[in-house]
Write a protein of this length. Structure first.
Length: 407
């Protein structure tokens, strides 16, 4: 059993863990002011609170760090594992856990500036979303009715574009929506201008851009809001920012990228002289083809005219044919009627020959017993006193039987 007797001197103070951690924290905060630390970020995470938690390490050690939400909102980039950075902060102890922690209020990446890093991260994110995909790029209209331009009213860019448009296609309508093309307000103005122009039903294509300048001057066209506004525009968008060597996110999001504003104006309209020349060529080809069709049709018509007889002759021939057929029909009917009559006479002769009247005509008579009307063929069928009727060939006579003789 362990001894309960304390061997510590009575003058030694006894501290609780909380008191010890508090003492360490106060000592650190009293003797170590703001520090600048260089290291590599690892175990980076962002919980629902929005705070950044990570470790800052080098080859020999590491320290926990936190950057609270109210501070990290000012960053133009998102930290990530493996990023080397310089941070500024204060050292303190997180008393509940007794862990040493660096509270960061500033961070800058090493090698690649924060602005450039933010740009690269934005490019990667938008590319992953498919915003730069070639299959979503729309072709430019071959002959636009109206062209919208989003740029500043001052400067050479707008003058160059209007001059080129007037020279190449003087009849096209142009609507200019002036904006600021640099500074903090520029991105929101460019987005609003795109929204305004695409509300006009006659707008067929929009040019967004400005003349050359430094990277800082062109930075408004690297804004995420501008890129999304270009990608969602109702009509195709041509990006013309700076010079050919300048590549912005607006260029990647646009349907067509022009190296300069002047080149953008050249892309959106054809040369009027060339269009007129091509129309004249097509007109000549059409006239030639039509003339050829007319000639062939005429030849065909002449051929058909030679082969086609006068319809009046055909009608006359049909009438003659009809008369001829009528006469033949009458003759045929006459022959049929005569043949019928002859056959009828022959049948009548045969009936006459078979008729009992013909027998009577030869001197015979038909004797009928009255009143029964029975024909008497044998004298044995009569008795004296019977009354008979005799039918002759012409007329009748009645007689009373006075005598019969049976053979």
């Amino acid at each position: 059993m362990a001894s309960t007797n304390s061997s510590l001197p009575g003058t030694v103070p006894l501290l609780t863990v909380s008191e010890l951690n508090q003492l360490i924290r106060q000592t650190l905060e009293a003797h170590i002011d703001t520090v600048w630390v260089i290291g590599e970020i690892s175990n980076f995470r962002v919980p629902s609170s929005g705070h950044f938690y990570f470790a800052l390490k080098d080859d020999g050690a590491q320290i926990s760090a936190v950057m609270f939400r109210g501070v990290n909102r000012g960053l133009t980039f998102i930290p990530e594992d493996g990023l080397k950075a310089v941070v500024r902060g204060r050292i303190s102890l997180y008393e509940p856990r007794g862990t040493l922690q660096l509270y960061v209020d500033f961070m800058e990446p090493i090698g690649l500036g924060s602005v450039q890093l933010a740009l690269e991260q934005l490019k990667q994110r938008l590319h992953a979303e498919g915003l730069f995909a070639p299959e979503r790029k729309r072709p430019l209209p071959c002959l636009p009715r109206c062209i919208g331009i989003v740029t500043a009213l001052t400067g050479a860019a707008i003058r160059d574009m209007l001059t080129v448009l007037q020279q190449r296609f003087p009849h096209v309508r142009v609507v200019v929506r002036p904006v600021r093309v640099q500074g903090k307000e520029a991105p929101s103005e460019i987005v609003a201008a795109l929204e305004d122009l695409q509300q006009l039903p006659e707008i067929d294509v929009v040019i967004v851009g400005r003349g050359g300048g430094s990277k800082e001057d062109l930075w408004a066209f690297n804004d995420e809001r501008v890129a999304r506004a270009i990608a969602s525009c109702r009509v195709p968008v041509v990006s013309a920012v700076g010079h050919e060597i300048d590549l912005t996110i607006a260029d990647l999001a646009a349907d067509v990228r022009a190296p300069t504003p002047t080149a953008a104006a050249t892309l959106v309209v054809p040369d009027f002289g060339e269009v007129r020349y091509r129309i004249e060529q097509q007109r000549r080809l059409l006239v030639t083809a039509f003339t050829r069709v007319v000639q062939l049709s005429r030849q065909r018509l002449h051929q058909l005219a030679h082969r086609l007889r006068d319809p009046r002759h055909a009608v006359e021939n049909l009438r003659l044919r009809l008369d001829e057929l009528g006469e033949r029909a009458q003759l045929a009917i006459g022959r049929k009627v005569e043949q019928g009559r002859q056959r009828l006479r022959a049948l009548a002769d045969r009936l006459t020959a078979l008729s009992p009247l013909a027998v009577l005509d030869r001197g015979y008579a038909i004797v009928k017993l009255q009143p029964s009307g029975q024909i008497i063929r044998d004298a044995r069928g009569l008795t004296v006193g019977d009354f008979v009727e005799m039918q002759f060939a012409r007329g009748r006579a009645g007689a009373l039987v006075q005598e019969t003789e049976r053979s």
